[in-house]
Write a protein that binds this ligand. Structure first.
Ligand code: DP6
Length: 335
């Protein structure tokens, strides 16, 4: 059925076994697989309205609002290209108006592009009446942003690197439901300025210049297999060891690029030491850090309050966000 307006929601996700590097930059194909958790609480909500037929033979986005402000033309063009890749030529192409809101800071290292693209492709699939299957939706989300494919699912999610040249097997798939192992997440925000080097640019620089890149790629499948087993067995200590290993290995790899990528600040490092100290005292918690200075503390069920109390006291921690594990992207309203 054709809808005139829909609302789609998606949550950001955090990789525990990291994606860093592309095997094909043009198709946005990852050089390595990854394993993530989808968060609750933090959310992108995207409303898409369908107007009259477009003047030309393609889908046209005439309005794109991000948190109430008009988006730059470059982003509007990019989303329009994605909408046209999804368009199935089933009737006259429409004009779309898109209004998207995050209930958390955008472009501050909290994975807003993952939830943003996951909500977008889920919403476009509905408003354009496409009915793509899960792997096709995964492909469209991945074209937007590699990590976005993982936000299509809730709980623990695996993203395959895939072997096909066209990327048809580089898809995300669910591993364990959010309610099957309800971890707590505390995010310590240590800077509110936008990141200096985007993930896309940073990955390309790393692939081209870091001497550790081949070793990073060679070790990833072993890490993914071990982490998947730890998730299935709900083995927190094992998952903690593997996640911190993947995080520090990724940052080591980035630091060895030329020029080196250094995303941390002093408060980032202070949080990492504090989380290690907590874990040594028997608290179920481990850290992970993405391409930015924010620290994500992943806590065993029920440990979030204790961890938040300690991280909130660290010099340089500006705010804390709390989350649990959340659901995948979905359409929440349609008319
Ligand atoms: C460090 O998915 O943002 O957060 O595919 O270029 O859009 P693009 O990159 P993106 O990279 C995420 C990198 C990371 C690790 C991860 O989420 O796996």
């Amino acid at each position: 059925m054709k809808h005139s307006e829909i609302v789609a929601q998606a949550h950001p996700n955090i990789a525990l076994i990291k994606y860093w590097g592309k095997r094909d930059a043009r198709l946005n194909l990852p050089a390595v697989g990854s394993l993530s958790i989808t968060l609750s609480q933090l959310e992108t909500c995207t409303r898409i309205a369908r107007h009259a037929a477009a003047p030309d033979d393609c889908v046209y986005i005439d309005e794109l609002l991000l948190d109430g402000a008009p988006a730059e033309t470059e982003l509007r063009t990019r989303l329009q290209t994605l909408a046209n890749q999804m368009w199935r030529n089933n009737g006259p192409p429409p004009v779309l108006a898109i209004d998207t809101h995050n209930n958390f800071p955008t472009a501050a290292g909290l994975a807003s592009s993952a939830s943003g693209y996951a909500a977008l492709v889920t919403g476009l699939d509905s408003i354009l009446d496409c009915h793509y299957d899960d792997s096709e939706l995964s492909t469209f989300a991945r074209i937007g942003s590699g990590s976005a494919a993982r936000s299509l699912y809730g709980g623990f999610v695996l993203m395959d690197k895939g072997l096909q040249e066209d990327g048809s097997d580089a898809i995300a798939r669910p591993l364990l439901g959010a309610d099957e192992w309800p971890l707590d997440v505390v995010i310590a925000v240590t800077s509110t300025t936008s990141k200096q080097t985007s993930s896309t640019d940073g990955m390309e620089r790393t692939r081209a210049t870091s001497p550790f890149f081949p070793a990073w790629c060679a070790g990833q499948e072993t890490d993914l297999a071990a982490a998947s087993s730890a998730v299935r067995a709900r083995d927190f200590d094992q998952l903690a060891d593997l996640s911190e290993y993947s995080c520090l290995k990724m940052h080591g790899l980035m630091m060895a690029a030329q020029p080196g990528l250094l995303y941390w600040n002093a408060a980032t490092l202070a949080c990492l030491h504090e989380i290690r100290a907590l874990r040594n005292r028997g608290v179920g918690v481990f850290f992970t850090v993405d391409a930015g200075p924010q620290v994500k503390a992943i806590c065993a069920p029920g440990e979030g309050d204790a961890v938040a109390a300690i991280l909130g006291e660290i010099d340089g921690v500006i705010t804390l966000h709390r989350a649990g594990l959340g659901e995948g992207a979905r359409v929440v309203a349609a008319r």
